[in-house]
Design a protein. Structure first.
Length: 328
């Protein structure tokens, strides 16, 4: 009997120790060069996470490798578009989107060489894209709206970071990329033009923070604290007195000149928690909600062989974290 009590007490102590260790460990979050994600660097440098009572470790990656790190279990969360959250999940990196930072409003572009003036002009042309990611989805959307399909063009698989060089070298006729790569592509080839952008379809690309189901279950309260910090970031970038400093922090993280980075902000529609919460909780069809947008993304992905089976969209979205962040 004494041994049984000792054993049970030992189990309880070990369990409590494990829980304490989990709560003490930092939330590891992979992020990459997109204004809506780079902005989190402001929170890190200003100490807002610690003030909120949560330890956060932001880990910098290229976009593709950030999702690979998430799938490999190296991080607790990754910053991805809603469409790429589905791609990541279908590839084994099950995730739950807990907040929206923004939607792309022009930063994602199809940039074409001189002489190509419209999406319809892409028929029979070579296009450099990172296959299976958000630029691929944008291209498919643009083609469909202009009476074309993917079979009408030749896809040249290209890492997004290399799209400016590939376009300038003449290896392709057009590229699809997001800032800063899309802007660099415009500068790298004189006469190049943006023939389509995310501004043509607001809500096509929502930018989110996606968490592993395990981390969300074990540390829900910490994720609420993490999300709550976002309104401070948006306020810092909105206030004319602090906006310049915020952009400098973002630009330094991305390795881009602050004046150049400031131009990217207009192509990003930053969302407050209240705005994002409405979009996250809505079940409306179409691009006005994360659910509607993700259904469209899922359909595109399956039809175009990005993955084989339709995803359970509801399992990827948890609007309660944002809702709770707004309550506290």
């Amino acid at each position: 009997m004494k041994f049984a009590r000792w054993f049970l007490c030992s189990l309880v102590i070990v369990s409590l120790a494990v829980r304490a260790n989990l709560s003490a460990a930092p939330l590891k979050v992979a992020f990459s060069d997109w204004p809506g994600w780079t902005a989190w660097e402001i929170a890190a440098q200003k100490g807002w996470f610690k003030k909120a009572g949560v330890d956060v470790e932001l880990l910098w990656f290229e976009y593709g490798p950030s999702m690979e790190a998430f799938t490999a279990g190296q991080v607790d969360a990754v910053m991805v578009t809603n469409g790429d959250a589905l791609v990541t999940g279908a590839g084994g990196g099950k995730n739950v989107m807990i907040t929206i930072t923004d939607y792309s409003n022009g930063n994602d572009m199809i940039v074409a060489r001189p002489g190509i003036k419209s999406v319809k002009d892409l028929k029979g042309k070579k296009i450099g894209i990172e296959v299976g990611f958000v630029s691929h989805l944008m291209l498919l959307n643009a083609l469909e709206k202009n009476g074309l399909t993917e079979s009408d063009v030749e896809i040249v698989p290209t890492p997004t970071s290399q799209t400016p060089q590939v376009l300038a070298s003449g290896q392709v006729d057009a590229i699809a990329a997001w800032q800063p790569n899309s802007g660099e592509a415009l500068k790298a080839l004189p006469g190049a033009t943006a023939i389509y952008s995310s501004a043509n379809e607001p809500g096509l690309i929502y930018d989110t923070v996606a968490v592993t189901p395990q981390s969300l279950a074990q540390r829900r309260a910490d994720w609420v604290k993490f999300v709550k910090v976002w309104d401070q970031v948006v306020a810092y970038l909105t206030d004319s007195a602090t906006r310049e400093d915020g952009i400098k922090i973002m630009a330094a993280r991305a390795g881009v000149d602050p004046k150049e980075y400031a131009a990217f902000i207009s192509g990003t529609r930053f969302l407050t928690l209240a705005e994002g919460s409405r979009i996250m909780s809505s079940k409306s069809k179409g691009f006005g909600s994360v659910t509607g947008s993700s259904v469209i993304s899922d359909d595109f992905n399956v039809k175009n062989g990005v993955y084989g089976e339709a995803q359970d969209i509801g399992s990827y979205i948890d609007p309660t974290i944002m809702a709770d962040a707004l309550k506290n």
